[in-house]
Design a protein around this ligand. Sequence first.
Ligand code: FES
Length: 134
Amino acid sequence: MRPLPGRIFGPVPRDLTDASWRRFFEKGDRMKAKVCTTRELTNNTMKSFDIEGEPVLVANVNGKYYSIADTCSHAMAYLSEGELLEDCQVQCPDHAAIFDLRTGEATALPAVSPVETFKVIVEGDDIFVETGTR
Ligand code: FES
């Protein structure tokens, strides 16, 4: 039987304990996507980008970059259309839930579930988001 392409299954964990398989499948394939340049995302602004069909919010808060899923966990509004608040918080435009950009945690009702966070990588002037990571 021919081996399946590695890009579908990614690297196989060394040990085959339940925990390692759970981490392997939960993490999924990593993908690094360029979203914009540092000049296009000025200080204390946020923008939405489409990565493989998924809306992803990237914010520049005092020169530090953060990325979360751009879909509110309450009723699916685009968080990037909301307001960037102090202390790395973003407020949903629909019902005013608040999320922490650093952790994805919902910090104000009506949302109670977190949104996914993504790693942001800056290389020179380019900003990349790595999905499939936490
Ligand atoms: S859709 Fe975001 S708080 Fe309701």
